[in-house]
Design a protein around this ligand. Sequence first.
Ligand SMILES: [Zn+2]
Length: 69
Amino acid sequence: MSIHVDEDLFPAVETLTAEQRRGAACVWCEATPQPGIDDVDLGARHATRTGPAWFPRGCRRCCYGRDDQ
Ligand SMILES: [Zn+2]
């Protein structure tokens, strides 16, 4: 499962935890979705001059407003 989310909708990357940056936790609520089960891939962000690459993921509740599929 993967959707595109505009960069502006993410919290500032420098406020995220290490888990959120590597995609282990939802970028919005810090829930820890199960990979391949209820996580939502938000698309890897490439490294820039100012920051390393990171891999935003969300939980279904934050991405779709509900827990079911
Ligand atoms: Zn969430």
